[in-house]
Design a binder for this molecule. Structure first.
Ligand code: ZN
Length: 476
């Protein structure tokens, strides 16, 4: 089929190793393809285990990994689901010693991930109403190997997961996994991210697109999520193939399982802290700063489009395309088009600024409360209930334009990027697709949403401030 294609030569990264010149088509050969699929219905099995919270059973910390694999699935998913099982075993030991978590912990092992995140999506949809009320955080993993921690997810959890990573020892270097990741970022550059890795208190986490079981929790239900794993040193090449088996894993994956242990320690620690924290450890300054970055990216994206069209129109007028085309290899000449209009980002910028101010106030109040030392904060319960709402507030029940299932307004897989993330997707994709009216509407909408998010954080701040004042009075 590939040999039958003509047309331009494919870009280098698209070429394989066959002894042919790779071309992108079209034709000239016509192909009649008959696809036979197996449409049998098969049962899928999720396994769900719970430890009921002793003080706040209606606040849930959820942890999941899929258990199905394409073939043997030693790396994907067994290398990570075995860490999950080890965490669960650890919690069962703690329970025997009399420990009781403050919040409810839910451990989930998903089926049917490879066929389309089926197990986790069905479960999340079936329990949508209770999850929206109770779920505080979802932590996902998928596969694991030797190397460096990789963390993606909700930026309100960026500081939290940085703090966890500072306390876990990297099995190969004896450094903390945080330190090792920081040094990797410094070694990789470029200049700006090197400077940031040295100076910013927390290492950045990436935005999540799709491709694993966090998708329904984050994108559909608006539950603050993290996706965690180690990697970067294990040999690749076996992904989703018959070679991803036990022999390969013991030779090349993580032969002594030391990174399996590191994953169980990292995520086990995260679950333990989330389940037992007096106040849920969300933080919003990093979120506000990240959103300001995304906004600047959108402004640059629009400027880039304007510049591109302006320059192309000029070259069309100058006759550049007609003069430089090879007449023996004719292509279609571009037509002049309208220069993209300026968009009004004010609403979005104001929303981000409101969020930044609210985040600052929240952190000050939280620091004051912590300084007052130990003891459960009066009103902690309503603070937590309010905090749980903060990720939900970044969703809209109508969903993204053209794909209503995706309700998160900050993170989504791109319409055309497969697993790849698009941040502020409603606005970004409208700009990319030159839908200017839609882009303007989405900017206004997301800006208002961020202002509401700020107001919600202010509510949590007010409860903490009041509690701090009461304690101060009592201490006088
Ligand atoms: Zn997987």
């Amino acid at each position: 089929l590939l040999a039958a294609l003509r047309g331009p030569v494919a870009p280098e990264s698209w070429r394989g190793a066959l002894p042919i010149t790779y071309r992108v088509g079209p034709g000239p050969a016509r192909v009649h393809m008959k696809v036979k699929s197996n449409w049998d219905l098969k049962p899928l099995y999720n396994v769900i285990a719970r430890i009921r919270g002793s003080e706040s059973p209606d606040e849930w910390i959820i942890r999941g990994n899929h258990h199905d694999g394409w073939v043997y699935g030693a790396a994907d998913p067994v290398s990570a689901v075995d860490a999950l099982l080890e965490e669960a075993r650890g919690f069962s030991e703690l329970l025997k010693q009399g420990w009781k978590p403050r919040r409810t912990i839910v451990y989930c092992v998903w089926d049917g991930e490879e066929q389309g995140l089926l197990g986790s999506t069905e479960w999340a949809e079936a329990h949508a109403a209770e999850l929206r009320r109770h779920a505080a955080v979802y932590i996902n993993s998928d596969n694991n190997g030797r190397g460096f921690l990789s963390a993606g997810g909700s930026h309100s959890l960026e500081k939290f997961i940085n703090d966890v990573a500072r306390d876990i020892e990297d099995p190969e270097t004896g450094l903390s996994v945080w330190k090792r990741l920081q040094l990797l970022r410094i070694s990789e550059g470029p200049g700006e991210s090197r400077r940031e890795a040295r100076q910013r208190p927390d290492l950045r986490i990436s935005a999540l697109g799709s491709g694993s079981d966090y998708t329904a929790f984050l994108d559909h239900l608006g539950i603050a999520s993290l996706n965690l794993g180690f990697g970067g040193e294990s040999e690749g090449g076996v992904y989703h193939s018959i070679y991803d088996d036990n022999y390969w894993y013991l030779q090349f994956g993580d032969p002594n399982f030391s990174y399996g242990r590191a994953m169980a320690q990292t995520i086990g620690t995260a679950v333990l802290r989330l389940a037992d924290a007096d106040i849920l450890p969300y933080e919003f300054s990093g979120l506000a700063e990240t959103l300001r970055q995304y906004t600047a990216e959108l402004q640059r994206l629009l400027e880039g489009k304007q510049e591109e069209v302006r320059e192309r129109n000029r070259q069309i007028e100058e006759g550049v395309f007609a003069a430089t085309m090879d007449p023996k290899n004719k292509t279609v000449l571009p037509k002049a088009e309208a220069i993209p209009p300026y968009l009004d980002f004010a609403s979005l910028l104001n929303g981000v600024e409101a969020l930044r101010l609210s985040a600052d106030r929240y952190e000050t109040a939280f620091a004051n409360a912590s300084r007052n030392g130990g003891g459960t904060l009066a009103g902690a319960r309503s603070v937590n209930q309010t905090l749980i709402e903060t990720e939900r507030r970044l969703t809209d029940s109508r969903g993204l334009p053209g794909r209503p299932w995706y309700k998160h307004m900050v993170y989504a897989p791109g319409m055309y990027t497969g697993y790849g993330a698009k941040t502020l997707p409603g606005i970004r994709e409208a700009i990319e697709q030159k839908k200017w009216l839609e882009a303007n509407a989405e900017i206004g909408f997301v800006g208002r949403m961020l202002s509401e998010e700020a107001a919600l954080i202010d509510r949590a701040t007010a409860i903490i401030e009041k509690a701090v004042k009461t304690t101060e009075k009592q201490n006088q």
